[in-house]
Write a protein that binds this ligand. Structure first.
Ligand code: HBI
Ligand code: FE
Length: 276
C-alpha cells in the first residue's frame, strides 16, 4: 500500500495514536470470533508440518495460541526476551512510511480486527489472523528478525529516494510469499502463504507457478498481483541469504533499475535459475 491515505480501509483509525497504534481491546472479541480464530488456526496448523519451514514450525509449537485470539501483551513478554521485538496493535494497513518506522524500531504492526466467517478462505486486507499467525512466529528467529529491521531501515531510505515500489516488491516476494530450500525440500516462510488455506499446499505442490532462485534486482523489478495465488515464487537457501543480500546500501540498485520496464509476474528470464 503506497498511498498515504487510510480511507476506505476496514479498520477503525479514529482513535489511534500519532504512531497509528491502538489498544487491543481483547475483551471486546466475541465468542464467535474466538471460535472463528480456532477454525482458522486448526486449518493452518494441520498444513504447517508438511509445508512450512522448520523455524516457523518450532516457533508455532512454542507459542501455542490456537485456543483463542492471542493477547498481544502476553506474546510481547516472550518476544522481547527472544529477539527484542514486540508487536503493536494497529487498525490495519498503515502508510508505508509509518510501517517502515515501526519495523526499523523492532515493532511489528498487528491488525486488531478479525475477518468475517464468510472470509474464511480469502481476505483482501491483512487481519489479525494473517498478521499474527503469518508474521509473528518468525519474529522469534534471530536472523529473520534482524532482516526485518534492516528492511524497515531500508524502507525509510527508499521513501526519501522515491523507491518504495521497488522495495515493496522485495517485501512481497520474501516476507509475504517467500519459499526456502531445506533438507526436506521446498518449504514456505512467507506470511501470506502460511496464513492461506489454499496457497500453502499450492506454492509447494502445483506445477503452475514459477519457482526462481532469489535474485535481489530481479525481484525489485518484478510486479506482483495481490488478489490471486502468486504466478512466481522466489526461493532462498536460508535466512542469512536474505540478510546478506540486503545489508549493502540499495542506492546503486535503485539507480540501476531506474527507468527500466518492470517484469510481469509470470516472466521467465534467460538469467533465471529455476528451483524445485
Ligand atoms: N501496513 N499494517 C501494515 N501491514 C503491512 O504488512 C503493510 C502495511 N503498509 C505497507 C505495506 N505493508 C507494504 O506496502 C510494505 O512493502 C511497505
Ligand atoms: Fe503481511
Amino acid at each position: 500500500m503506497t498511498g498515504e491515505t487510510t480511507h476506505n480501509l476496514r479498520g477503525d483509525y479514529a482513535g489511534m495514536r500519532p504512531d497509528y497504534t491502538v489498544d487491543q481491546a481483547w475483551s471486546a472479541y466475541s465468542p464467535e470470533e474466538h471460535a472463528l480464530w480456532r477454525r482458522l488456526y486448526a486449518r493452518q496448523a494441520a498444513l504447517v508440518p508438511r509445508y512450512a519451514c522448520r523455524e516457523f514450525i518450532d516457533s508455532l509449537a512454542a507459542l501455542d495460541f490456537g485456543a483463542a485470539i492471542p493477547r498481544f501483551d502476553e506474546v510481547n513478554a516472550k518476544l522481547a526476551r527472544a529477539t527484542n521485538w514486540r508487536i503493536v496493535a494497529v487498525p490495519g494497513l498503515l502508510p508505508d512510511r509509518v510501517f517502515f518506522e515501526h519495523l526499523a524500531n523492532r515493532r511489528f504492526p498487528v491488525t486488531v480486527w478479525l475477518r468475517k466467517p464468510e472470509e474464511f478462505d480469502y481476505i483482501v486486507e491483512p487481519d489479525v489472523f494473517h498478521d499474527f499467525f503469518g508474521h509473528v512466529p518468525l519474529l522469534f528467529d534471530p536472523v529473520f528478525a534482524d532482516y526485518l529491521q534492516a528492511y524497515g531501515r531500508g524502507g525509510l531510505k527508499a521513501d526519501a529516494l522515491g523507491a518504495i515500489e521497488m522495495l515493496s516488491r522485495l517485501y512481497w516476494y520474501t516476507v509475504e510469499f517467500g519459499l526456502i530450500e531445506t533438507a526436506q525440500g521446498l518449504r514456505a516462510y512467507g506470511a501470506g502463504i502460511l496464513s492461506s488455506g489454499g496457497e500453502l499446499p499450492y506454492c509447494i505442490e502445483s506445477a503452475e507457478p514459477l519457482r526462481i532462485r532469489f535474485d535481489l534486482l530481479r525481484i525489485m523489478r518484478t510486479r506482483y498481483k495481490i488478489d490471486t495465488f502468486q504466478e512466481s515464487y522466489f526461493v532462498i537457501g536460508g535466512f542469512h541469504e536474505l540478510f546478506d543480500a540486503t545489508a549493502p546500501d540499495f542506492t546503486p540498485h535503485y539507480a540501476a533499475l531506474a527507468g527500466l520496464e518492470p517484469h510481469a509476474p509470470r516472466t521467465v528470464l534467460p538469467t533465471d535459475r529455476l528451483a524445485g
